[in-house]
Ligand binder design. Sequence first.
Ligand code: G6P
Length: 747
Amino acid sequence: MRRSLRFIIPLLLALAVFAYAMLPLVDRLTVRWFVRDLEIRANLIANTVHEPVQDLIGAGNRTRIIQFFTRITEDERVYAVGYCPSPQDPPLATPAMPAAVACAGLDEFSDPAGHVLNTSNGPLFVSVKPLGTENAPDGKLVLVHDMSFVQRRSKETRQYLFYFFIGLGATVSLITVVIAQLTWRGWEQGVRALLRGDVLLRPADTSDLPEFRPIAKDLRSLIRDLEAEHRARNDDQFAWTPEALRSLLRGELRGHEVIVVSNREPYIHVRQGRDIVVQRPASGLVTALEPIMRACSGTWIAHGSGSADREVVDAHNHIGVPLDNPTYQIRRVWLTPEQEAGYYYGFANEGLWPLCHIAHVRPTFRTSDWEQYQKVNQLFARSVVDEARSADPIVLVQDYHFALLPRMIREALPAATIVTFWHIPWPNPEAFAICPWREELLDGLLGSSILGFHTQFHCNNFVDTVDRTLEARVDRETFVVSYRGAPTKVKRYPISIEWPVPERLVDKPLEQCRQAVRQRHQLPASHAIGVGIDRLDYTKGVEERLRAVQRLLEIQPQWVGKFTFIQIAAPTRASIEEYQHYEARVRALVARINGRYAKAIHPPIILVATHHEPDQVYEYYRASELCFVSSLHDGMNLVAKEFVASRDDERGVLILSQFTGAARELPEAVIVNPYDTDQCATALHMALEMPAGEQRARMRLMRGLIQEFNVYRWAGRMLIDAAAMRNRRRLFQRDAERGRTRRSTDR
Ligand code: G6P
């Protein structure tokens, strides 16, 4: 109200000054209008009386002339009428004719606009009109009008104007009070913001104006949409390359350091006799992140799991990689056998892994494993703090091994931007509810600034789980979860692979790859080959795949001896019983199927259960007629994308499980339900028979998609979002500080 008065009082004063200046002007205007009116009347009277007066003067009857003039003055506004035959004669006039009007001085009144005479009876208007007769050719008629009515009218007009201005002032004041109440703060902020050169809309400031909340919300969402659209447009025109990612880091993220944390390391040093060899692990996570780190530099913190890992690091447990041309460094974290057993084998891989995958293996949750999981997350949190050179690094936390880590980092480095990516599926709330430490896990993850999943379905499951489990605010429109006073953006970022594919992986000509693989397995040059490349994990559907091969041979026996399925199976998590059983089951199944076709010249299935380096894997991709990915449940599955990327000849068929994230991006693959053995067998037959033209058409579309949605875009989009969140948080913090300062000065 005080602020409104500050506005109203000057406004009323201005109105009063204006009215005061207006009144004389109004007076002058009114007089001018009435004078013009009187002049018209005078002309009218002069014209009307012209002839009778001429006659009466010609007759020379003065009395009758005066009587005639007196009748004219019965009109209330005609004060006196007279006639001057010549300037020398006395006037023939009604008694009220003022003495100042003499025939000798009529020139004084002969202005066509008339003349105003101020007398003791009030103002009079004198107009003189020529009225010549035979005897008196210069005769003049003098009409004197009473102007007191003009004064009366002026007074009334002034009164009306006075009331009008009072009314106007009151209305304007009222409107001002209302509008000022509504907008004062907005205006003030707006003007200040403009003066500062900042943006106008600041959610932190408008939030305390309830009347603006709906509009602000709409505006914010509009701005968000515009931003997203703008970025999406840029994204589309953008070829995501390592250089593009680097320039993003140099530009939007202005040289902030990037720290990656994952359990699995990208290079493992293994002792083999007297030698140390370097292995690249079979891990989709590593496949995706390694090119990102090569582009971004920074530090990758991971468990040093290789038998020779300790021998090659420096005093700070660092090693520069890639070894031939180091561009980033690995910081190795050492775990005791107990820690590894409890955290990695136990809680992560016997608990969370089966919990998140629908693969019909029951999760096992042990308190001792949970304790190790907490300790190891704590250990990695300390390593992050150790490695951080600034208070606000960008930390990319990877996967289910580190659900508690984001919160721990947030507590140690509150200004850090923490982007967590969950590489495996997120189950529905009912499935997740069986975990005894579900609240702690969610709390840990909600320490992230951004939490990414491969698919929207997994984002939805996560948000539903939070909704059911925690007292958190979930905004379903923006997919932002606010918990313990901080927001976490939950978003889909489908992971991908390097594009273009590194030269060393595809430089061997296709024909050579075909020959090499066939010779290695004693198969003839014309033999048809299908390939499966997996870790020997029960989620991969290897048993289902092999059963489909057997079914193919049953329903299409022409393939017996002509088609072999080569299963490359990397050993994995071998200390876990479930994995040991799985391997045993797979081996037994292979033996059973091959036994059944023992008479065939070439076995239907070849199982190679050893680790293969990426160049060897690519040789198999390039040598095969088809690749079969039959996961029972998979976050994305990069084998599918690698197979497509490897086929620069645009040949080969991908058979892909509908339960992989990849199936949503690659609909041109032959999509199957791995549990439907007959359908999978038919798909195998269809793939083997598929005409070259159709193979090419499908491959082209899939290659186009992977080229565009490569792993640089995956990382780039997360980093762009992280940068935007970071900037927004800085703005809000600045605003909040200003708000605090303003409130304290207001007081
Ligand atoms: C999945 C997980 C990764 C893991 C990989 C290999 O892809 O999401 O985090 O690295 O499997 O498993 P391993 O246990 O050998 O690291």
